[in-house]
Design a protein. Sequence first.
Lengths: 518, 158
Amino acid sequence: MPTLYLPADSLARAVGADEIATALITQAHERNLPLELQRTSSRGLYWLEPLLEVETPQGRFGFGPLTAADVPSVLEALNNPSAHPLALGLVEELPYLKTQQRLLFARAGITRPLSLDDYRAHGGFEGLQRAVALGGEQTASAVFDSGLRGRGGAAFPAGIKWRTVRGTQAAQKYIVCNADEGDSGTFADRMLMEGDPFLLIEGMAIAGITVGATLGYIYVRSEYPDAVATLRAALNLARSAGYLGANVGGSGQAFDLEVRVGAGAYICGEETALLDSLEGKRGIVRAKPPIPALQGLFGQPTLVHNVLTLASVPLILAKGAQFYRDYGMGRSLGTMPFQLAGNISRGGLVERAFGLTLRELLEDYGGGTASGRPMKAAQVGGPLGTWVPPSQFDTPLDYEAFAAMGAMLGHGGVVVADDSLDMAQMARFAMQFCAEESCGKCTPCRIGSTRGVEVIDRLLASPDQSGRDQQALILKDLCDTMQYGSLCALGGMAPFPVVSALKYFPADFGLQASEAEQ
Amino acid sequence: MPDELLHLPVVNSLLERHKGSPGALLPILHDIQERIGYIPDAAVPEIAHALNQSQAEIRGVISFYHDFRTAPPAKHILRLCRAESCKSRGAEQLAAQLRDRLQLDDHGSSADGSISLRPVYCLGACACSPALELDGKVHARLSAERLDALLDACREDA
């Protein structure tokens, strides 16, 4: 009986995977063709989704991107798959996948998200076992020594947070997973939660027993209903199997988890606003200090990490800190799941060690724009990220290299634009988005973003050069105030896309290059 | 509104279920909206009482978050993604198509209550932009033709 694999990932479903599954089952039944269809996670090769794979003696053979209309011909081709026009060959031999360094997404596209057996068969819970054997002190040291930095965007060394929370005495400590992945162009957290939920649970359980927290929350944005449902089901399975509860993995320590759902506020991806939201309040940013590691959720010491940071921990424990450090460059160690989005021919997830260049990512993996027109810019790091022009595409993807050119890697999302996109309108959108999503606590962000939209509108409406130059000067001054005067990264970095658009694409604003460079 | 009072047994049973858990307000509001379709005004004093908070605090939270509605929703809710990735693949042209065809602005609801438009900033479908969510289901790799087909299906259903 042939075994077929088709992703149950929400984006695969959004391009028709469920219709294909239904057609496969119905038509195989009509033909008296026995087959097993497993709904797995996605490989993250989204330009090939819906991607159907069939087990062969050589490995899994792929077809894609399919539509339901292709199902009859695929069923006929199962015995001679290479003959099908949408045949891709062995999926793991596809250069896009073969050249990746998949540590965090090692199981992507292979396992069924809610199968504990699949998870364990592919190295699952080895990290937790190791952490239980090592004890808290050495586990925290392993995280510290691995060089792991926060993957949410700020890139703070994870080990320092772990030691701080572990070293603080309190009646109650918490682990909070920031799964409020609101940046446009990012989807790695979604993929991981939908596709490999036990990995996140394992990472959080290790964190809990290491720092002495007995309770954790996963705060997932409401735009990800599939991730919420998968995580909740996975929590029940993990609890029944003893990986959560009174005696986590035989450690003698208690740890349990709850999924909480956001409500459409981008600012709740900022860690202190997220904590307020978890407490049942408006998501308002808190002033720091106190840092959440000392006074976080309900005023108690709280370890707050992004999904990918927590999910990196099981591997670091299972394989050792040195194994992880061997990937990457400088102070950016390990791998990063980059996400290719926007106007890109081959959009998807590319997990590689830090250090490959943006050009390699966009050209070798991405294959250029989807429209076939020239690339104009790539916005790296979400809506608060800099628009990077092609002249800087040879910059290595490394936290420090990006910071040096006034940009940031953020959560690893890259949105590509072709030459038809108007950067003045994108700059205006950055300000408009900030105005809509500002929590309102600090003035530069609350007022500045609205003024920013107005100034850009005036600039674009100015009939003469001197009027435009004058507004550009005001806009740059406003951006400066927002960047240095805002309480958190929303107001502080919303100027990045604006200033970079002004600097690299002055013509879109009707400005001359020399003026814009001032 | 007397008909809102009919929702109170549902509200109170949800409050009973959640009120012991710390920071329960968002889960309570989500559950109320899921069961009733929106947060009835009559629920606010009940929630405030159960959580020992002021009505102003509850209303402040409801109004802060984009997801919470204080009026019954339209039959179909269409949320077109307007963030950078989808914009780079023509989301603004699709938005114009929607406005033209439905004669609604970006946040509008049709007079007959059949469809509501709302912008959304990222559905996590960025590798296959542009995308929208219709009644909770995401559709990606949208084209003008597919958008029209989805709207036709809504209209036939209305």
